[in-house]
Write a protein that binds this ligand. Structure first.
Ligand code: S3P
Length: 427
């Protein structure tokens, strides 16, 4: 288990880039694998999660070539051309890999078994198993398919209309992907729109996706045709460095070539509402995804209340928002975020417990957090609990503490942000 130490730093001005978007990198490998033709990907995130996706598709007979650290060539097999894996498919720590693959494998002509690490073993899979079963999928798993390991007996699927009880891109994507090999039309409705990378990228692969409000639908038996994907920098990774500029007053940072998909930019709205000056410059589009730069600076932060439809637009950023809120004036309230309990860790508890070790005044609620600020933070020894975003959030907290913050279990950061420590050292 590796350790990371972060220390108080002086105000800085910097321009950086961050590694590729995790959600988009997964989908580029998956859709390239089930497309006809050769898909080329640049800006791919070589993090542990996306490497798990590559390893799974290689076992399904797909040829995936890493042409450089961040460039990949995928020789598509078409949706009917995947072959039965000779061994169990291991998704590691990746919820996106397992849930989206369930949708792809449900309509295959063979059976397969999916497992993951101990964190995956605790995360609910019935949110995907149940709607897939309604489509005719045959899935067996621990506690009637609530948990891994899961065995999927590929079968004939029919389209359904599914009202999802949660706003989850993983659930929505799994059902839409199953819809590709189902008869008729498959429609997913969700309470608030979750990230829409699947819808955008399927369109880039030539699939017709119909969308309105909180609804997406797809007609079955459509083929994907290979394309070129430029993966933007991950705004969820950028969030830690935007936060760094807010934790160290009088700093300014610009993050270039980052994804600006509106279903992901809740963090910009929040930092602006807290009083930060944020400039966004949209410069290009690739595979339907807007890409550009974000510059942030501030001279004093104030409290905020976050809830409702904003939550899916910043769900992965809540731990780092909590860190920043410790330095904002007043009581920050985060609600409607019960989904955090079923992430890589229970992020309501891990965020509160770890920040408390540094002297933060933070309270857990049923569906969120209440943070009192501004509170001077002390140094201390924290733990990632095997959760990449908790590890990075605590490292950023350490930029503003009197003594150093030591983060145990820092290797978890490899899941989404290889090079995080090196970039942090540049500040
Ligand atoms: C993701 C969707 C979100 C997010 C996760 C990545 C995706 O999960 O938290 O990091 O790539 O579709 P949920 O769909 O469970 O909200």
């Amino acid at each position: 288990m590796s350790t990371l130490t972060s220390n108080r730093i002086k105000p800085f001005r910097k321009t950086i880039t961050v590694p590729g978007d995790k959600s988009i990198s997964h989908r580029a490998i998956m859709f390239g694998s089930i497309a006809e033709g050769i898909t080329t990907i640049e800006g791919f995130l070589p993090g542990a999660d996306c490497l798990s996706t590559i390893a799974c598709f290689e076992k399904l007979g797909v040829q995936v070539e890493r042409t450089s650290a961040t460039s990949v060539r995928v020789v598509g097999k078409s949706i009917n051309g995947l072959r039965q894996p000779a061994s169990i498919l291991d998704v590691g720590n990746s919820g996106t890999t397992i849930r989206l693959m369930m949708g792809i494998l449900a309509g295959a002509s063979f059976s397969s078994t999916l497992v993951g690490d101990s964190s995956i073993g605790k995360r609910p899979m019935d949110r995907v198993v149940n709607p897939l079963r309604q489509m005719g999928a045959v899935i067996d798993g621990k506690e009637d398919g609530r948990y891994t390991p899961l065995t999927i007996e590929g079968s004939f699927l029919q389209g359904i209309t599914y009202q999802s009880p949660v706003s989850s891109a993983q659930v929505k994507s799994a059902i839409l992907l199953a819809g590709l090999s189902a008869s008729g039309t498959t429609t997913v409705l969700e309470p608030a729109v979750s990230r829409d990378h699947t819808e955008r990228m399927l369109s880039a692969f030539g699939v017709q996706v119909n969308r309105q409000f909180n609804e997406a639908s797809i007609k079955g038996e459509q083929q994907l045709s290979a394309t070129h994907v430029t993966v933007p920098g991950d705004i969820s990774s950028a969030a830690f460095f935007l936060a760094a500029a807010l934790m160290v007053p009088s700093s300014m940072i610009t993050i270039e070539k980052v994804g600006l998909n509106p279903t992901r930019t809740g963090i910009i709205d929040v930092f602006r509402a807290m009083g930060a000056e944020v400039t966004v410059d949209e410069q290009q589009e690739s595979s339907g995804e807007p890409i550009g730069s974000i510059t942030i600076t501030s001279d004093g932060l104030k409290r905020i209340e976050i809830g409702g439809e904003l939550i899916p637009r910043l769900i992965d950023e809540i731990p780092i928002i909590a860190v920043v809120a410790t330095q904002a004036k007043g009581k920050t309230i985060i609600r409607d975020a019960a989904e955090l309990k079923v992430k890589e860790t229970n992020r309501i508890s891990t965020t509160a417990n770890e920040l408390r070790k540094l002297g933060a005044q933070i309270e857990e609620t049923e569906d969120g957090l209440i943070i009192e600020g501004p509170t001077p933070l002390q140094g201390g020894i924290c733990d990632s609990h095997g959760d990449h975003r908790i590890g990075m959030a605590m490292a950023i907290a350490g930029l503003a503490t009197e003594e150093a913050v030591v983060v145990n279990g820092a290797d978890a950061i490899q899941v989404s942000f290889p090079g995080f420590y090196e970039l942090l050292k540049q500040l």
